[in-house]
Design a protein around this ligand. Structure first.
Ligand SMILES: Nc1ncnc2c1ncn2[C@@H]1O[C@H](COP(=O)(O)OP(=O)(O)O)[C@@H](O)[C@H]1O
Ligand SMILES: [Mg+2]
Length: 218
């Protein structure tokens, strides 16, 4: 089973948006997808409840006391996480994941917080006891701002404690498309094709990465 963890200690950066869109994409491609919502705010879970019968099926993976109950025959498990996930709890979710996607907003403070988070993740290596591939995605980017350009430069420089570069996969613009699709329990891949063309294009590098061995621990 493939497991993809979406996380970032900051709230509002797009964890639930990424988790639901990743799940919606793979489900619409015919994969057996389950979505685990580990956040008490239950945004992903609410999204799943709003999902129409006609949309590709996504199973709910129940979470109890930090343990994920994965539905049988799941091919791809997407895990949405709460903000401020640290220490043992962070290690518990990381331990069941192969790939981590970190959405980040284009602000220097958020980037600094993300950097500290990566450091924490490495300090938990012993607790996690498995290799994980991590990558970042810039989200809610207003392309007319210089912040976008700065973010791109900055993300390019973030180094893992191992000295390797942290892959920066793509930039997703700020658009109502995500909000409108989510209101209906859909991903942008299942919503208003003409309006979401540009957004789907922005997703391509992330989808390619997630579909390739580059996002799997070697
Ligand atoms: N690219 C985007 N464009 C516009 N709105 C977005 C985008 N990504 C997220 N949002 C909105 O921002 C809010 C926070 O996003 P969410 O995915 O819930 O973040 P998190 O799960 O990290 O707290 C939500 O209302 C969501 O619809
Ligand atoms: Mg959320």
């Amino acid at each position: 089973m493939r497991s993809i963890l979406v996380l970032n200690p900051k709230g509002g950066c797009g964890k639930s948006t990424l988790a639901t869109n990743i799940a919606g994409y793979f489900a619409s491609e015919g994969r057996r997808v389950s979505l685990a919502d580990c956040d008490p705010q239950q945004s992903s879970s609410d999204w799943l409840s709003m999902r129409p019968e006609s949309a590709a099926n996504i199973k709910r993976a129940n979470v109890k006391a930090g343990k994920i109950d994965v539905p049988r025959r799941t091919e791809i498990l997407v895990i949405d996480t709460p903000a401020a996930l640290h220490g043992q709890k962070l290690a518990n979710y990381a331990r069941v994941s192969q790939t981590m996607v970190m959405p980040m907003m284009p602000s220097p403070l958020d980037i600094r917080a993300a950097e500290r988070f990566i450091e924490e993740l490495f300090s938990l290596r012993k607790l996690i006891d498995r290799k994980i591939k991590v990558a970042t995605v810039a989200n809610r980017v207003r392309e007319d701002t210089i912040a976008a350009a700065k973010l791109e430069n900055y993300l390019d420089k973030i180094k893992l404690p191992s000295g390797h570069k942290l892959p920066f996969i793509t930039m997703l613009r700020a658009t109502q498309n995500y909000i409108k699709a989510a209101e209906r329990g859909l991903s942008i891949f299942e919503f208003a094709p003409a309006k979401t063309t540009y957004d789907r294009e922005q997703w391509q590098p992330l989808l390619r990465w997630l579909s390739s061995v580059r996002s799997l621990p070697g």
